[in-house]
Design a protein around this ligand. Structure first.
Ligand SMILES: C[S@@+](CC[C@H](N)C(=O)[O-])C[C@H]1O[C@@H](n2cnc3c(N)ncnc32)[C@H](O)[C@@H]1O
Length: 364
């Protein structure tokens, strides 16, 4: 039988689907909460160290000291999403094994715990206040930053006064660098460090990034530059010198400057100040002198929708925790680096299957 398709019939069909889809948002927090529960219980670690590819529900519940029926429901939720795999053993018992995604729960636990911590979640709750306060408000000092609304101070001052949060933040970012970002850079674009004898990591956190880079490129000396309270509590690494300070005031001298997940937190005006300090640190006329930036490049037409989704999430994240930070398009990066900060040229290299790109700005 022939069916007529009208605008109304399409709307009706989508409306029916929306009645189910909306629950994804009603319970948007639930996925993160169950994953946090799995990390806190160390489910992935226990399966990993079990010594066999699969672990039965009964074995798992014994080690975790959890009720099997409750644990079964948590595992059913996770396996449905591809986090762990459920199997039935020849003895007809329910058993679980790792998937690449469940394995990540071990490696990136510090990042997941940071981004789902009460401090960070509280800042996301104040997003609408920021937008309502922004109309006709061009004075930065009055801008409501959601993190500041929740905690009474900016994220870095809060970290300086709360050693527990400071440690959680630095460990979260360090694990993101060690497990995800740096392997992708080293595998695809390690040649960006050729000829660089000294590298200053501006906003380098606890120095994990440089500790990996100086091992991979042993001719390179590393200077890890971050706020005094961050470097004061950072571990010592061979080949890495820690320097405390404010990048808006100065940047320590080196052949090249490295920024990972830094410039997206600042507006063009502050980026220009920071980049000017880098030029002074490198030397205005240094041949081959450059700044290496690891940050997102927004392109809504890109085929990798999942990566774009994450970049757009990072953009909103910046709205929650920084005064004027935002993710930039390729045009906006070029405008900033060449037209405003005065670099002679820049290149943007996507890192295959990764969220950030490598942006290089050359002095001459
Ligand atoms: C998002 S984290 C990035 C850390 C590291 N680059 C990474 O990707 O793992 C931003 C870093 O910038 C540092 N930072 C913030 N303001 C700074 C300033 N004014 N001067 C120097 N470092 C600063 C913070 O302490 C923090 O370690």
């Amino acid at each position: 039988m022939e069916q007529t398709i009208t605008k109304e019939s399409i709307w009706k069909k989508e409306e029916e689907e929306a009645k189910i889809q909306i629950y994804k948002y009603v319970f948007g927090f639930a996925e993160a909460a169950v994953i946090k529960c799995a990390i806190e219980l160390k489910i992935a670690n226990v399966i990993e160290s079990h010594g066999r590819p699969t672990m039965t529900l009964s074995q798992l519940s014994t080690v975790l000291i959890c009720s099997p029926p409750l644990l079964f429901r948590i595992m059913r939720f996770l396996t449905h999403r591809g986090i762990f795999k459920e199997e039935i053993t020849p003895e007809n018992l329910i058993a679980y094994s790792q998937t690449p995604l469940s394995h990540m729960l071990i490696n990136v636990a510090p990042l997941l715990l940071l981004e789902n911590s009460p401090e960070i979640v509280a800042s996301w709750q104040n997003l609408s206040a920021r937008l309502q306060n922004s109309y006709n408000n061009n004075d930065d000092s009055d801008l409501l930053v959601p993190f500041e609304v929740a905690h009474g101070k900016d994220i870095w001052s809060y970290g300086a006064r709360n050693p527990g949060f400071n440690r959680m933040f630095n460990e979260g970012l360090a694990c993101n660098a060690r497990v995800i970002t740096l392997p992708a850079i080293l595998e695809n674009c390690g040649d960006i460090f050729n000829g660089v004898e000294s590298l200053v990591d501006v906003g380098g956190g606890n120095g994990t990034t440089l500790s990996v880079l100086v091992k991979a490129f042993p001719w390179m000396k590393g200077i890890n530059f971050d706020l005094p309270n961050v470097v004061l509590t950072s571990e010592k690494y061979d080949g890495v010198e820690h320097v405390g300070g404010n990048m808006l005031d100065f940047v320590p001298k080196a052949d090249a400057a490295f920024f990972m997940w830094i410039l997206h937190a600042w507006d063009d005006e502050d980026c220009i100040k920071i980049l000017k300090n880098c030029k002074e640190a490198i030397g205005e006329n240094k041949a081959g002198g450059k700044v290496i930036i690891i940050d997102s490049v927004i392109d809504e037409n890109e085929e990798n929708k999942m990566a774009t989704d994450i970049r757009l999430t990072l953009d909103i994240m910046m709205m929650t925790r920084s005064r004027k930070g935002r993710e930039r398009t390729a045009d906006e990066w070029t405008q900033l680096l060449i037209n405003k900060a005065g670099f002679s040229r820049c290149t943007i290299t996507p890192i295959p299957a990764a969220v950030p790109s490598i942006i290089q700005a050359f002095i001459s």
